[in-house]
Design a protein around this ligand. Structure first.
Ligand SMILES: [Zn+2]
Length: 165
């Protein structure tokens, strides 16, 4: 809950467009400090990797009039070949075309664009899914270095979707 509260705080700053949460665990170059805290980076621009995802989702919506993420979840659950774990609120799966070795995605099953809107119950579920996923990777690959990134809607998008000024 600490992170979602922090995001809500940052969203009040009208200079900011995006709040990025990430963690580099064990990378020689990536983590200057040898601890496991997540970092929060708030920026006045939308990061390129987020912009590309949003543009992709928009093109898909323009073409099919459906949410690409909800479609992806439906397909992964029906197929089940790449599903690592399914909980009440989340699905953990390996993407069809991963960009990195052992890439894993955790998606909310509910159509929702912003991490800060997560409920307490969903948060508990999400924390468990994330912990299980990191433990599985650690156990299988002998504690490798890893990155994770938390994708959420840019601030203006969330405001438009929820009616928040
Ligand atoms: Zn959706």
């Amino acid at each position: 809950m600490v992170l979602s509260r922090r995001i809500l705080d940052l969203e009040r700053d009208e200079r900011l467009r995006y709040v990025l949460i990430l963690k580099n665990q064990g990378w020689a170059a990536g983590s200057a400090l040898n601890h496991t805290h997540s970092q929060i980076i708030a920026t006045p621009v939308i990061p390129k990797l987020v912009k590309e995802k949003l543009d992709g989702a928009k093109s898909y919506y323009d073409y099919k009039e459906r949410c690409i993420f909800c479609d992806m979840i439906r397909q992964e659950l029906a197929d089940a070949a790449r599903v690592v774990e399914e909980t009440r609120h989340f699905i953990v799966f390996t993407p069809f075309a991963p960009r990195f070795p052992f890439e894993v995605w955790i998606y909310p099953k509910k159509h929702s664009c912003a991490y800060a809107d997560i409920s307490k119950e969903e948060m508990m579920d999400f924390s468990r899914s994330l912990r299980n996923t990191l433990q599985r990777i650690g156990k299988t690959l002998d504690n490798p270095p890893y990155n994770y990134i938390l994708y959420t809607a840019p601030i203006a998008f969330r405001a438009a979707a929820t009616g928040t000024p």
